[in-house]
Ligand binder design. Structure first.
Ligand code: CP3
Length: 342
C-alpha cells in the first residue's frame, strides 16, 4: 500500500499525517457523478461493476483522500432477503412489503452474497485492481438496528413508530428478526473482505432514536454479535449517529475504531470510548456550506482535540449533503493534511 496512513490510524500507529476520507464521498455533489447518474438509476449503477468502480474512484481522483469506499448501499442485501427495494425519484428507498407481522419475520431469508450481490464483489475486485495500492478500500454495511428500521418502516422515518412498536410489543420477534439481519450482515461483510476490501465500516445511522436502556437491550447485543462474527483480518469501524450520550455502551459493541458525530466533542468522546480504540470524526457536514476560513478553523480545532494521539481518522460526523460545494470538500481534505503533517 502506497498510502498507509488510514490503516495505520486503524491500528493506532503513528503516521505522516491524520488520514481523511468522507462518508458519502461519491455522490450527487460531484458533477462527474451526475454525468453518469443522468443515464442510469442509482440501483443500475450499483449493479454494474464498471460503473460502481468508476464512481468509487471519482473522489480519489478529485481530492487527496486517504481511503476509498466502495460505491454501494446498505440496502443492497434486501432483495436477497425477500424484501422488495426501490428508490423512488427524489424520495429515497421504498419497500413494498415491509416486515410487520410474525409471518413476515419468518419469511425473511439470510442472503448468499455470491448469488445475491455478485456485482458488489466484482466491483470490489475491479476497484482493488484499478487502485493498484494507491489507498485502501473500505467495504460497509448497515448495522442491525438501522437495517431493521428500513425493513420494518418500509422507508425513511421520523419517529420509527412501526419499528419501536414491534420492539415493545413483541421483543421475541424483534430478537428473531434482528438475529437474521445480523447473519445477513456478517455474510455481507465477510464476502466483501474475501473480495479484497482493506477495512469495513458499520453504519448505524438511525440507532440514536433509542434511549440508552433500549440501545442496550434491543440494539447492542446484535451489533456485538455482528462485530464478533466478522473476520478479524481487516479493521472494523463502528459508526453511529446521535449516540453521544451513551458512547460508553457503543464501545461495548467492539470494533477497532468508533465513529462519532459532531454532537460530541472529539476529546470527550475519545476519553469515553477509551484510548485502546481509534476514533473517527467529526466535523458537522453543514460547516461545508460556510466560508472556507471557517471550515479551516473547525478542521484545526478537531485536529487539536485529537491531542496528536495516533488513531484519529478525520471524517465528517455524518455523510456529505447534496449541494455541498466541491471546493469545501477540497478545503477540508487539504486542511487536515496541512494541520496534522508531522
Ligand atoms: O460513502 C460513499 O460514497 C459510498 C456510497 C454510499 C451510499 N450509501 C451511496 C448512495 C454509502 C456509504 C451509503 C450508505 C447508506 N445508504 C446509509 C448510511 C449512511 C448515512 O448517510 O447514514 C443509508 C442510511 C443509506 C440508505 C440510502 N441510500 C438512502 C436513505 C438513500 C436516499 C437518500 C439519499 O441520500 O439520496 C440512498 C441512496 C444513495 N446511496 C445515493 C448514493 C450516492 C443517492 C442515489 C442517487 O444518485 O439518487
Amino acid at each position: 500500500m502506497k498510502n498507509e496512513t488510514f490503516l495505520k490510524a486503524c491500528r493506532r500507529e503513528p503516521s505522516a499525517h491524520t488520514p481523511v476520507w468522507l462518508m458519502r464521498q461519491a455522490g450527487r455533489y460531484m458533477k462527474e457523478y451526475m454525468a453518469i447518474r443522468e443515464k442510469y438509476s442509482f440501483l443500475e449503477m450499483c449493479r454494474a461493476p464498471e460503473l460502481a468502480c468508476e464512481v468509487t474512484l471519482q473522489p480519489i481522483k478529485a481530492f487527496e483522500m486517504d481511503a476509498a469506499i466502495i460505491f454501494a448501499d446498505i440496502l443492497l442485501p434486501l432483495p436477497g432477503m425477500g424484501i422488495d427495494l426501490e428508490f423512488a425519484k427524489n424520495e429515497g428507498p421504498v419497500i413494498k412489503n415491509p416486515v410487520r407481522a410474525k409471518k413476515d419475520v419468518a419469511a425473511v431469508r439470510v442472503i448468499n452474497p455470491q448469488e445475491d450481490v455478485p456485482f458488489l464483489l466484482d466491483a470490489i475486485k475491479m476497484v482493488k485492481k484499478d487502485l493498484n495500492g494507491k489507498v485502501p478500500l473500505i467495504g460497509f454495511s448497515g448495522s442491525p438496528f438501522t437495517l431493521a428500521s428500513y425493513i420494518i418502516e418500509g422507508e425513511g422515518s421520523k419517529n420509527y413508530v412501526h419499528a419501536k412498536s414491534l420492539m415493545y410489543s413483541d421483543p421475541e420477534d424483534w430478537g428473531k428478526l434482528l438475529d437474521k439481519i445480523s447473519d445477513v450482515i456478517i455474510a455481507y461483510l465477510n464476502a466483501q473482505i474475501d473480495a479484497g476490501v482493506d477495512c469495513v465500516q458499520l453504519f448505524d445511522s438511525w440507532v440514536g432514536c433509542l434511549g440508552p436502556d433500549d440501545y442496550k437491550r434491543f440494539a447492542l447485543p446484535h451489533t456485538k454479535k455482528v462485530i464478533a462474527g466478522v473476520k478479524k483480518t481487516v479493521p472494523l469501524i463502528n459508526f453511529s449517529a446521535n449516540t453521544g450520550t451513551y458512547l460508553n455502551l457503543v464501545k461495548e459493541a467492539g470494533g477497532d475504531v468508533v465513529g462519532v458525530d459532531w454532537r460530541v466533542r472529539l476529546d470527550e468522546a475519545w476519553k469515553t470510548i477509551g484510548y485502546d480504540k481509534g476514533i473517527q470524526g467529526n466535523l458537522d457536514p453543514v460547516v461545508l456550506f460556510g466560508p472556507v476560513k471557517e471550515i479551516k478553523k473547525r478542521v484545526k480545532e478537531i485536529i487539536g482535540l485529537s491531542g496528536g494521539r495516533p488513531g484519529h481518522i478525520f471524517n465528517l460526523g455524518h455523510g456529505i449533503i447534496v449541494g455541498t460545494p466541491v471546493d469545501s470538500v477540497r478545503a477540508v481534505v487539504d486542511a487536515v493534511h496541512e494541520y496534522s503533517r508531522k
